[in-house]
Design a protein around this ligand. Structure first.
Ligand SMILES: [Zn+2]
Length: 163
């Protein structure tokens, strides 16, 4: 896992197929917010997917729940990992978690993980899912991997899934 390149990881994700992790949101409703600045020092490195409060947040990929926790910036958050331990998925600003969701649980693509909200530093009038994809780093610090832009991966996964 230590020397897997970004390109290999991207190809791996495309081969698995990445699902848009908010119920009812189509590819053409997504905005590429990956490279947006957030303040003087930070770049977003994630996608914000706008949806009404309470819309189900779905697992973009199958795998396992790594961590369920709350933080000042992210609010109610979930970290998940694919079955081979190569890709970390981060879901933030959840209004609530799916009841019964537990750390270590196995999940399938499309499972409901929680609900769109504004917890953490999200604007209270703009419920959205903050969704980040990261390469699992060799040192195991899953919260600190290199971010990968999921936006083009949704488009490619969608194309791959079409007849
Ligand atoms: Zn965001």
């Amino acid at each position: 896992m230590a020397n897997v390149s970004s390109e290999e990881t991207v190809n791996y994700i495309i081969a698995r197929g990445l699902m848009i992790p908010v119920a009812g949101v189509a590819t053409n409703q997504l905005n590429d917010t990956f490279d947006e600045g957030r303040d003087a020092k930070r770049v977003h490195r994630a996608l914000d997917i706008i949806a009404p409060r309470g819309t189900p947040v779905l697992a973009a990929d199958g795998g396992r729940i790594l961590r369920i926790s709350a933080s000042t910036l992210g609010g109610n958050t979930i970290y998940a990992i694919d079955p081979l331990g190569r890709v970390v998925y981060y879901y933030a600003h959840l209004d609530a978690y799916q009841p019964g969701l537990a750390q270590g649980a196995t999940i399938a693509r499309g499972d409901t993980l929680g609900f769109v909200g504004t917890t953490g530093n999200a604007p209270k009038d703009t419920p959205h899912l903050h969704f980040q994809v990261m390469r699992m780093p060799a040192d195991g610090k899953y919260w600190d991997g290199d971010p990968i832009n999921p936006y083009p991966l949704f488009l490619l996964s969608h194309a791959a899934a079409s007849p």
